[in-house]
Ligand binder design. Structure first.
Ligand code: EPU
Length: 342
């Protein structure tokens, strides 16, 4: 099979921020064989800096990429049933939301709360995507990866992936080393509906749904996301730009006594930490719905940075730095970016 390389390739439609950037070289890979071939037959190509792209939904290009961009487009979903358990395996290039609906339509429960998250299956474990009380690690079994150092395929189980909040081994210690080619999840035919997240139960009540099916959950989650978050096909964005900061309970108490009039939004993490809502902190600093040129924060969700039209990656990055500085000055908390910056 012949791989097709493109030079000076425009990435504007390959990143959901919709910022302009060019790759020196670009190649699309549709199978594991093609990926192996890329590393055996195109040594010169793969010895230059390399960037693996899935749906481009968690990346901000602040500059052109002076190397090879590999877009993983491996398709396919298959499943097998054993009593109440369903094992679903999907190619890394499958659009995450398509996998969600493949499962919801067949009543395979477990990822319905993750409906409409942008990006591909292969990117899901890297930042351990999560929403509405569920993280992908809750259903993850293993993933197949290509080790770019050793030039071979292997399988990572859940423990090896070292998942935590929006983190994994692939994003931290092993950054850039492995390419995920397919992911296997374990779902169930007997749903345990998770409506713990306040907005889900409120939306269900509004619709008069007392006993939700997983299809109801996926529908309601999609509606909430659509209302709260901008659609990347019309307004460039990458979902939450920052992580929600986790601080000791004692620090929250200190903040509460410094700002007695403010109603801090937080969720317990274990017994002695809390996760603060970064969107709330940013809004308190006056940034919600603000824009500087075409870079801004979303009017309904200050945690989401947006490209209103022609913002450059560096303009969005500069805005994120101003937000970090203001939140630090006001609350003494350093926000960490969730999005990868290039
Ligand atoms: N809030 C504000 N002002 C804002 C934004 C939020 O006051 O501008 C408050 C809300 O009122 C709410 C709280 O902050 O009480 C939490 O807001 P929301 O429910 O929108 O969730 P989030 O913590 O901002 C996280 C994830 C999202 C995920 C939602 C729902 C992170 C970084 N983000 O956002 O994930 O969809 O919860 O589970 O953990 C993503 O990672 O890209 C993403 C969109």
């Amino acid at each position: 099979m012949k791989l097709s390389f493109k030079e000076h390739f425009p990435l504007k439609t390959y990143n959901t921020f919709g910022v302009e950037a060019f790759a020196k070289e670009y190649v699309e890979v549709h199978s594991e064989e093609a990926l192996a071939q890329l590393f055996t037959e195109y040594r010169a190509m793969t010895q230059q800096p390399m960037l693996v792209l899935g749906g481009g939904s968690n990346i901000l290009f602040t500059t052109d990429f002076d190397g090879l961009v590999i877009r993983i487009a491996i398709p396919g979903i298959r499943h097998s049933l054993s009593q109440n358990t369903v094992t679903v395996t999907a190619g890394a290039g499958v659009v995450w939301n398509e996998l969600v609906w493949y499962c919801v339509d067949r009543e395979f429960a477990g990822i319905e709360n993750l409906a409409l998250i942008p990006g591909t299956v292969g990117a899901a474990p890297i930042q351990n995507i999560g929403a509405y009380g569920v993280e992908q690690k809750d259903v993850f079994v293993n993933c197949r990866v290509f080790d770019t150092h050793r030039g071979e395929f292997s399988t990572f189980d859940k423990e090896a992936c070292r998942f935590s909040y929006r983190e994994s081994y692939f994003k931290r210690e092993a950054k850039g080393r492995y390419i995920i080619t397919e992911v296997t999840f374990q779902l169930s035919l007997t749903p345990s509906i998770n409506t713990s997240y306040g907005t889900i139960s409120a939306e269900l009540a509004k619709r008069g749904i007392a006993k939700p099916t997983i299809k109801d959950i996926a529908t309601v989650v999609s509606a909430i996301r659509t209302e709260k978050l901008p659609d990347p096909s019309t307004i460039g964005n990458s979902g939450s730009f920052f992580k929600n900061p986790i601080v000791p309970v004692s620090y929250l108490e200190q903040l509460q006594s410094t700002f007695p009039d403010k109603d801090f939004v937080f969720y317990p993490v274990g017994t002695d930490h809390v996760k603060l809502a970064a969107g709330w902190l940013i809004e308190q600093c006056g940034w919600k719905g603000k824009r500087i040129g075409d870079a801004g924060t979303w009017k309904n969700q200050a945690l989401v940075l947006v490209n209103h039209k022609d913002a450059s990656g560096s303009a969005i990055y500069d805005l994120s730095q101003r937000i970090i500085n203001d939140v630090k000055a006001q609350f003494g908390i350093t926000l960490e970016r969730e999005v990868n910056i290039l």
